[in-house]
Design a protein around this ligand. Sequence first.
Ligand SMILES: NC(=O)c1ccc[n+]([C@@H]2O[C@H](COP(=O)([O-])OP(=O)(O)OC[C@H]3O[C@@H](n4cnc5c(N)ncnc54)[C@H](O)[C@@H]3O)[C@@H](O)[C@H]2O)c1
Length: 306
Amino acid sequence: MTTQDRIKARIAVIGAGLMGHGIAQVFALAGHDVAIYDAFAASLATVKDRILANLRDLGDEEGAVARVRPVAVLADAVRDADYVVEAAPEDLALKQKLFAEIEPHVRPDTILASNTSVIPITSIMEGLRDRSRALGTHWWNPPYLVPLVEVIETRWTSPNVVAWTMELHAAIGKKPAHVKKDVPGFIGNRLQHALWREAIALVEQGICDAATVDAVIKASFGRRLAVLGPLENADVVGTDLTLAIHRTVLPDIDGRGSPSPYLEKLVSDGRLGFKSGEGFRKWPAEQQAALRARVLRHLKAARGSD
Ligand SMILES: NC(=O)c1ccc[n+]([C@@H]2O[C@H](COP(=O)([O-])OP(=O)(O)OC[C@H]3O[C@@H](n4cnc5c(N)ncnc54)[C@H](O)[C@@H]3O)[C@@H](O)[C@H]2O)c1
């Protein structure tokens, strides 16, 4: 099968939850036929309505929903697929079991991908008969508004499978990034959580409160981040200046290899964030709704500028 054929691919999405329905939507909007499977009938029964509501809200082609086919039997969902992407719950044993069930029903050249957030792709795929066809594709929420898809290679993945998957995601309007080694957190979450670790340490050490950490980021380098990456920025200011800054600052930045005790105490105290109404800060329902709306507005506006 050539790349051209593959780009008109038949897609199977496993799991019709938050990520799965959004991933199906993006493939369908780009013209692909999508079968979507979920173990729970209620999730399958609502998936087309959820996709249609998103398409309406975004002003995208509503007819795209006709290309999405909910399927209640896993083998039927994957049988004709060129590409299978799994977005079932974040549970290693469940994902391993799903791929073991899927592999006997797909063609030898069907590509198998997992959208896991943090589980090593190597662990998920190690039981497959053909591990050269398997890789990770890490989308970000919401899949139809955040452009990045990290394409994660394991030591077994065939270079052709990586290349085709990168091309497929570029062709549907995503920005694929090749992760050459299957490391925990891939690229995006490693960077994000390096920043969160220091953000928590600043609060823990009494340097400022949580609202100030967020305000500082949003009013400074956060403003530039969408158009100026850190390594571009380092080149702009000079690698010599970057080195001098690191010599002074890095010895003082949090380098602990385990979660902060401050974070552990929040969790043990039941301060879980939005779900309990308080985490680092207090979150009344109207403030939660306002924050969610602000993020969505921002992401929609950014989509227009891609
Ligand atoms: N939520 C995020 O921001 C985000 C971002 C990137 C990656 N991910 C990853 O994507 C995956 C899915 O996350 P989500 O947020 O969509 O979860 P979710 O709970 O919203 O959706 C999971 C879906 O899988 C279904 N399911 C349960 N058991 C199943 C089975 N045996 N077979 C098929 N489907 C089954 C559930 O009914 C549900 O519809 C996880 O691995 C998660 O870590 C999530």
